[in-house]
Design a protein around this ligand. Structure first.
Ligand code: BDR
Ligand code: CA
Length: 309
């Protein structure tokens, strides 16, 4: 089984990514690291622990806290989207049993990767702060990671925070820049180009039935879906982070192209933009695999199949 570390800023879709990773049974989750992002580091960690409690997985999967702020920029939460608690109100009153382990996420990432050279896949679904810190601390990490898959950016469309920037990139563009240029042999960008095409709807949730997981997903995504209806005219919840997890489980879900992508960090209007050099104007070697197409139906077969299991 693939050995995976998940790095999350647990909001609604991060939580669904964690659930997918665990319930699929298709990977060995060697740890979940948390990062500031959608919600504070404390909330992201608590939400992650709640999800592990919910799945009764807290005893086997360590949770390790990471960065409490972006490398240089101020905090920028997304309570508007993920609710005050970060899980859309689901599990609000749950007593938290699982506790994070001692340690710091960037150190944990370094230790685990170096202990298992060439074996660990990193799936990042929040701002890239923890990985940037890990790379800075331990540059040899880069050649020992099996692959890095991150949810972030958009190369052919519009942003979801500014006209050009996607949230995870916007929050910590300096961290993204470090990761983009670190030299990872396999770095995969799962951006809004594809994640906006995997939309969870009421019909999908109905398939989960009146089960604990069905009720959880319904409650967690309900306000999000209402807002999406107002904004986009469709009552749905984009599976941004679950798609990044799914790509780690089954590569064939997406079509990718090797391209050079850089991160804008010095513009008033465009900070956080993933600038993708489709025509090789900059004459640089490609630095990542960019997802350009997704098999939506196959994603939902995997996702709902795992959640029903
Ligand atoms: C990303 O931003 C966050 O709000 C989501 O959890 C996801 O990781 C989508 O832009
Ligand atoms: Ca996220």
């Amino acid at each position: 089984k693939k050995k995976v570390i998940l790095d999350v800023d647990t909001g609604i879709d991060d939580a669904l990514g964690v659930i997918l990773a665990i319930k699929s049974g298709q990977c060995e989750l060697i740890g979940i690291t948390t990062v500031n992002g959608n919600v504070s580091l404390g909330k992201a960690t608590e939400n992650t622990c709640k999800i592990l409690d919910f799945l009764q997985a807290g005893a086997t999967i360590p949770v390790i806290c990471g960065a409490s702020r972006p490398l240089l920029r101020p905090l920028f939460f997304e309570h508007r989207i993920h609710g005050e608690d970060g899980l859309g109100g689901a599990l609000r009153d749950a007593k938290v049993l699982t506790q994070p382990r001692d340690g710091f996420a960037p150190d944990f990432i370094c230790e685990q990767v170096l202990a298992r050279p060439g074996e660990v896949t990193l799936v990042m679904t929040g701002p890239l702060t923890n990985l940037a810190l890990a790379v800075k601390k331990c540059p040899e990490l880069v050649k020992h990671v099996k692959e890095v898959i991150f949810m972030g950016g958009v190369v052919n469309g519009h942003g979801n925070v500014t006209p050009v920037a996607e949230y995870n990139m916007y929050v910590d563009p300096e961290a993204a820049k470090v990761v983009f240029h670190a030299g990872f042999p396999q770095l995969t960008l799962v951006g809004l180009d594809v994640t906006r095409r995997v939309l969870l709807t009421e019909e999908h949730i109905d398939e989960l039935g009146d089960t604990p997981i069905g009720r959880y997903v319904r409650q967690s995504t309900s306000d999000y879906m209402d807002r999406s209806l107002e904004r986009n005219g469709v009552r749905a919840c984009a599976m941004h982070d679950p798609l990044a997890v799914a790509v780690a489980l089954d590569r064939s879900l997406v079509k990718t192209q090797r391209l050079y992508v850089d991160m804008e960090t010095r513009s008033e209007l465009c900070d956080g933009q993933t600038v993708c050099d489709f025509q090789n104007r900059l004459k640089k070697e490609p630095n990542m695999n960019v997802c350009l197409d997704v098999d939506t139906e196959a994603f939902f077969t995997l996702f709902l199949g795992a959640l029903k299991a």
